[in-house]
Design a protein around this ligand. Structure first.
Ligand code: HPA
Length: 273
């Protein structure tokens, strides 16, 4: 375990003792997408408030719970509710779910989030596979993770996105007759949405979507050898892309609108694992 997680040793031992199984795949559920947990066969729910030392998410749409569930014969580990930098949490708190996933022996991970669309061909309700990402905004935090790595390990990000999970995702989108977008995700730390000028800069550097999570989760999970993919639900046009003012309510409203389609698509992907 990397040293930034040493204070969570007891928590990890406790969760291991409670886990009913070793999960085949984990999902970190983003803004407004947490209801996925209600559509699968839950075997055990642990509210994060019952876990000693677990950071509390203050964001609406982020009920904190860890679920062990089954779907189509696959064992799932679901994280409902996410911890963000903009809530004042540090990197080890934001990455605790990934450390838990790893500690429970799970080696497949789908990360979902809500994001603002920058690509002019994207519209609210689209789903985008995060093909690559720009994490320059969080390089300082990420440095704490990669510091203990040796030189040989420094090319680990070339394993992202997981080819295995990408293939399953595209097979699922083919079978569900669903058009999955692909693109570059830019992490912005918040706490506010971006200015139109910031979004314009991101667009010029090739960004297709912007959000406030996921990139550090991808980096850490991939460094641990977990097969990982990230999917953004485009919930709004990013600032300046349309004239409309952004609001968290619009983000959760769009996420809610596409929830059943998202659920179907992710379930298909899981069934193909
Ligand atoms: N910017 C940043 N994060 C977001 C957005 C956005 O436009 N939409 C949803 N999460």
């Amino acid at each position: 375990m990397r040293t930034i997680f040493s204070k969570y040793e007891d928590l990890l031992i406790d969760l291991k003792s409670k886990a009913p199984f070793k999960p085949d795949i984990a999902l970190i559920l983003g803004s407004g997408l947490g209801n996925f947990a209600n559509s699968v066969d839950i075997k055990l729910t642990i509210p994060t408030s019952d876990i000693n030392n677990y950071p509390v998410s203050s964001v609406e749409g982020h009920a904190g719970a860890i679920h062990f569930a089954e779907y189509h014969g696959k064992k799932l580990l679901l994280f409902q509710g996410r911890i963000h930098f903009y809530e004042g949490y540090n990197i080890s708190q934001c990455l605790l779910p990934v450390q838990i996933i790893y500690s429970l022996g799970c080696r497949n991970l789908i990360i979902t989030n809500a994001a603002g669309g920058i690509n002019q061909y994207f519209k609210p309700g689209d789903l985008m596979l995060i093909k690559s990402f720009n994490a320059l905004m969080i390089k300082k935090e990420v440095a704490q993770l990669i510091e203990p790595l040796n030189l040989d390990e420094k090319s680990f990000l070339q394993s992202y996105p997981s080819q295995k999970l990408t293939d399953l995702l595209f097979q699922a989108s083919f079978e569900e007759n669903f058009h999955l977008k692909e693109g570059l995700y830019w992490i912005s730390k918040g706490p506010s949405y971006e200015t139109p000028a910031e979004v314009e800069m991101m667009r010029r550097f090739g960004a297709d979507a912007v959000g406030m999570s996921t990139a550090h989760e991808i980096i850490y999970a991939t460094s641990l050898g977990i097969e990982t993919i990230g999917i953004s639900c485009i919930t709004n046009f990013a600032a300046g892309i349309s004239k409309e003012k952004l609001s968290h309510a619009d983000v959760t409203e769009t996420a809610g609108r596409v929830e059943s389609m998202f659920e179907k698509f992710i379930k298909k992907t899981i069934s193909l694992l």
